[in-house]
Design a protein around this ligand. Structure first.
Ligand code: CTP
Ligand code: MG
Length: 235
């Protein structure tokens, strides 16, 4: 199967709250987005990567990633993540059979995690996504700050990216969502709304998304520990 990747990096990083946004924030000697794109491109299965960037950052990001041979294009995103991914889908070569979508703000992804998702994508499902069971108790809270109810944690999973899709299913779901007005915060939900079958595989807890500035310190620590585990810290 021919695999293309989309790295969604066109958000405005409002919760991060620093000028320049989180994709270009420094992390362990590079930017968040460079770590993400390098890890995705390091997967042997991924043939090409389309990066979707905020319109204001397209040129800067194209320059930053100029040395990455698998990056086929950097395109401008839209107002929502769904719109951004739709634009990236249009930029993927038509021969791509499998699309892996990954958040630009998840720099701790590994080629091994991409492989774990891709290996589970067979004809019995439309998509495979990564997540892990919810360890904390989850409560619904009203706008007044009062608890409405406590949810049944046993069935709840926290879902991340990467998410892998049969390209035909993803394209069809996105087209139908545009016609019907379906909106979703992850790409799997677009396929679910289209009646698709989505399998969840358990991923690592350290595949965090940079959302607020404190997350950078966690990401730095994870990268440092991984470096030590590979013997990179011994000098
Ligand atoms: N994203 C995107 N296009 C959008 C919105 C989000 O490509 N219009 C991307 C982000 O760049 C990010 C990923 O989707 O890599 C996950 O979104 P999120 O963490 O919510 O990032 P932001 O939307 O940038 O952050 P915030 O919600 O705090 O503004
Ligand atoms: Mg957002």
């Amino acid at each position: 199967m021919r695999v293309g990747a989309i790295v969604a990096a066109a958000g405005s990083g409002e919760r991060f709250g620093r000028p320049g946004g989180k994709q270009l924030a420094p992390l362990a000697g590079a930017t968040v987005l460079e770590h993400t794109v390098r890890a995705v491109a390091a997967s042997e299965r991924v043939e090409g990567v389309v990066v979707v960037a905020n319109l204001d950052h397209v040129d800067a990001i194209a320059g930053l990633l100029a040395g990455e041979p698998k990056v086929v294009s950097v395109v401008a995103g839209g107002a929502t993540r769904q719109e951004s991914v739709a634009r990236a889908l249009d930029a993927l070569p038509p021969e791509v059979e499998v699309v892996v979508v990954h958040d630009g703000a998840r720099p701790l992804v590994t080629p091994e995690l991409l492989e774990a998702v891709l290996v589970e994508l067979d004809e019995s499902v439309d998509a495979v996504i990564v997540g892990y069971p919810c360890f904390d108790t989850v409560k619904s809270v009203g706008p007044d700050g009062l608890v409405v109810r406590t949810e049944d944690r046993g069935r709840l999973w926290l879902v991340q990216t990467p998410q892998a899709f049969w390209a035909r299913a993803l394209r069809a779901a996105f087209e139908r969502a545009q016609c019907s007005g379906v909106t979703a915060t992850d790409d799997a939900a677009v396929v679910e709304a289209d009646g698709g079958r989505v399998r969840v595989v358990r991923g690592p807890r350290d595949n965090i998304k940079i959302t607020v500035p404190e997350d950078l310190a966690i990401a730095e620590a994870v990268l440092q520990v991984r470096g030590l585990a590979r013997g990179g810290g011994a000098r």
